[in-house]
Design a protein around this ligand. Structure first.
Ligand code: NDP
Length: 252
């Protein structure tokens, strides 16, 4: 059976990846900080799909956590989903620098190091791949969150090119607004986001996995967000960033 490691698997998009991949018969390694939630998710997936599910409790904002994850992805893994992440709880100057650095570690350093740790074994075996969860925010200049997601997109497309021809795939998944715990955790006022722009995590993951199977290096699920990201390339960057700032403000 193929084995997939999913970071940020205790809730939201990561938990949706776990449900979808378990339904296809994949064995799983679920990584996050909340052991109780990971254990509950693992028990449900084992009972429903008869797959093997390991739990790896790790904080990807720490050296120890990233190193433990690196060790786990280095051998015998067919898919790594680098999904763990969180939003900014204020503007750049309102945010303690330690929180900014933690975001860089979780969104960029962990993604880089887990991709670097996983790919050599995959290339040697001629199969497998990595999905790095970026965001539609990657197409806009909006805080260090968007900057980290732009890095994830650029990095993933570049490494996808490097490994093309080895039977190994790397893809950036760029979701728009998805109903998860993300916005509440980052204290975001989502009242300005029109209802029709919200995506369902399970549908998002199915669309992302279809694009991954097709060998895409960047996946923007849903026509609504293909229009948004397409338009972002056509209008001046200052204007697109000003427009994006009008939605998803934070509570004061
Ligand atoms: P959730 O808040 O529902 O899930 C975030 C997950 O990341 C949780 O499992 C959390 O687990 C884990 N996580 C957070 N920090 C760490 C850490 N330091 N170490 C290990 N795990 C961590 O949000 P989403 O499911 O929405 O977010 C998943 C990804 O999708 C993120 O990268 C986010 O940026 C991206 N995204 C989300 C969008 C949305 O609208 N929801 C839009 C575009 C992109 P725990 O707390 O147990 O550690």
């Amino acid at each position: 059976m193929p084995t997939a490691v999913i970071t940020g698997a205790s809730s939201g998009i990561g938990a949706a990846f776990a449900r979808r991949l378990a339904a296809t018969g994949a064995d799983l390694v679920l990584l996050a900080r909340d052991e109780a939630r990971l254990t509950a998710n693992a028990e449900q997936l084992r009972a429903k799909h008869g797959v093997q599910v390991e739990v790896l409790v790790a904080d990807l904002a720490t050296e120890e956590g990233i190193a433990a994850a690196e060790r786990r992805v280095a051998h015998g893994v067919d898919l790594v989903v680098n999904n763990a992440g969180f939003g900014q709880r204020g503007t750049f100057l309102d945010t303690p620098v330690a929180e900014e650095v933690a975001m860089l570690r979780v969104h960029c350093e962990a993604v880089l190091r887990l991709t670097h740790a996983a790919l050599p074994d995959m290339v040697a075996r001629g199969g497998g791949g990595v999905i790095n969860v970026s965001s539609v925010a990657a197409f806009f200049s909006r805080g260090s969150y968007a900057a980290t997601k732009a890095w994830v997109l650029s990095f993933s497309e570049s490494v996808a090119h490097d490994v093309a021809g080895n039977g190994v795939r790397v893809m950036a998944l760029c979701p728009g607004w998805v109903r998860t715990e993300f916005h509440q955790r980052s204290n975001m006022d989502t009242s300005g986001i029109p209802g029709f722009m919200w995506l369902d995590a399970d549908k998002l993951v199915s669309a992302g996995l279809r694009d991954y199977a097709r060998g895409r290096s960047c996946s923007v699920p849903d026509a609504r967000y293909k229009v948004v990201t397409g338009a972002s390339r056509l209008i001046p960057r200052r204007l697109s960033s000003a427009l994006s700032a009008r939605v998803g403000r934070r509570y004061e």
